[in-house]
Design a protein around this ligand. Structure first.
Ligand SMILES: Cc1cc2nc3c(=O)[nH]c(=O)nc-3n(C[C@H](O)[C@H](O)[C@H](O)COP(=O)(O)OP(=O)(O)OC[C@H]3O[C@@H](n4cnc5c(N)ncnc54)[C@H](O)[C@@H]3O)c2cc1C
Length: 126
């Protein structure tokens, strides 16, 4: 990384709430995971988030956002982390990165219209 970023202390309380809700195995609070989620291909880092969570459904994404709101944290969404424009990077340590890697389900492919939709709720034309 090109810039030094301080890693906030663990154990802010939000981790417990997230783990209780979506399962501890889907909540990462270790330095390696948090620093990985704090960077993209720009090789820059703005802030290290308090936690990285991997919800398994759009309903759980909503729950995670509610927990973030209740704890006064911001949230950013990380897909594959391939952006090089700082797009998904948290700008404050008072934040949670929502890693959507588990939301990989194709819901529908409509061949006549060449439209597809997937979980999460993204749509496109194939
Ligand atoms: C070497 C290289 C070559 C590239 N070449 C091209 C190219 O030829 N053409 C091109 O168009 N792009 C190119 N890109 C850019 C890159 O492919 C795009 O930024 C990519 O689409 C980002 O997808 P991601 O899932 O990695 O998203 P991320 O990098 O994780 O996030 C990108 C943005 O999308 C948001 N986001 C991610 N997932 C979701 C979601 N599920 N719901 C809502 N918002 C979400 C994030 O919050 C963020 O704002 C290139 C990147 C690299 C590193």
């Amino acid at each position: 990384m090109s810039r030094a970023v301080s890693v906030p202390a663990q154990g802010t309380g939000v981790e417990d709430a997230l783990a209780r809700t979506i399962g501890a195995e889907h909540v990462s609070t270790g330095n390696t995971a948090r620093r990985f989620a704090a960077a993209d291909f720009s090789d820059r880092m703005l802030a290290v988030p308090a936690a990285v969570v991997r919800p398994g459904s759009t309903e759980y994404v909503a729950v995670v956002l509610r927990i973030c709101r209740d704890h006064g944290l911001s949230a950013t969404v990380r897909g594959g982390g391939m952006s090089y424009t700082l797009a998904h990077l948290p700008s404050t340590p008072d934040s949670v990165v929502i890693d959507v890697a588990r939301l990989d389900r194709i819901v529908e492919v409509n061949r006549p219209t060449a439209m597809w939709s997937s979980n999460p709720e993204s749509r496109g034309r194939s």
